[in-house]
Design a protein around this ligand. Structure first.
Ligand SMILES: *Cc1c(COP(=O)(O)O)cnc(C)c1O
Length: 244
């Protein structure tokens, strides 16, 4: 534990604007390196546990996509910030008894990993006040086949795509994954997982889905590698908001 004395932490003196500008600079460098256009990559702010004021500060730096993991925490923030025209993404584990509220409050759900959840979201969206606009959906893939983690296993992905692609009220946009955290000093890090997910993304692209355009991968620790492997959406918490 730190004592009562002044805390010397260089990072805590950074403003939100400093952080967002630094992230944008790094995104530019990664895009340049990968020979990609900067506007191919959307920065999503993972705003779990962050206050409305903190979210507004990030918004003032030009970020318009926000991701939340816990429905109960998210809905008051979504309501309070309803004038901002954000795109809200649900990026947490989906409990089936929460699908109705998720489909009502969010624009995107990135963690769909089974057909029963997709069907519940579909019904809820169609019965909601937002039935005129489909709910954007990404399939979460358990790319490192970890027992405790959500996501469809890679071998079962194609069947799930076939099951979801024509479900009414949903627009299947792409794939999302949270790779296994590499051990300290592990050479290749998450890059092989990103490459596998990117390969799956291209495989599904051959199926000619209407709006298949989103590869959601990369977090604060590894977004540069993710961009080099083809990510179109990086989900950043600490690098934008600071340490939790
Ligand atoms: C919290 C979270 C992130 C962001 O994590 P950081 O390491 O803080 O950038 C991204 N994706 C998901 C699903 C998260 O829950």
């Amino acid at each position: 534990m730190l004592g009562a004395g002044p805390r010397v932490n260089e990072k805590s003196t950074l403003t939100v604007l400093d952080r967002v500008q630094e992230v944008k600079r790094q995104v530019e460098v990664a895009c340049l390196k990968a020979n990609r256009a900067v506007d191919e990559v959307t920065i999503l702010a993972a705003s779990k546990t962050r206050s409305v004021e903190h979210i507004q500060a990030v918004k003032d730096c030009g970020i318009t996509d926000f991701g939340e993991n816990y429905l109960q925490d998210a809905t008051p923030k979504i309501q309070e910030l309803s004038d901002c025209n954000f795109r809200w993404h649900f990026i947490g584990r989906i409990q089936s008894n929460k699908t109705k509220l998720i489909a009502e409050h969010f624009d995107w759900v990135q963690t769909v990993d089974r057909i029963s959840i997709a069907e519940r979201l579909s019904r809820a969206r169609m019965q909601s006040s937002r039935s005129d606009k489909p709910l954007n959906v990404c399939i979460q893939v358990n790319i490192d086949r970890e027992h405790q983690k959500g996501g469809v296993m890679p071998d079962a992905l194609m069947d799930l795509v076939s099951g979801i692609r024509d479900v009414p009220g949903l627009d299947l946009r792409g794939l999302m994954a949270i790779p296994r955290a590499p051990a300290q000093g592990e050479g290749t890090g998450t890059r092989p997982a990103f490459r596998s997910l990117s390969d799956l993304f291209k495989l599904v692209a051959d199926e000619q889905l209407t709006n298949w355009d989103t590869l959601s991968m990369g977090m604060s620790m590894d977004f540069k590698e993710a961009i080099e492997e083809g990510s179109t959406m990086i989900r950043l918490g600490t690098s934008l908001f600071g340490p939790r």
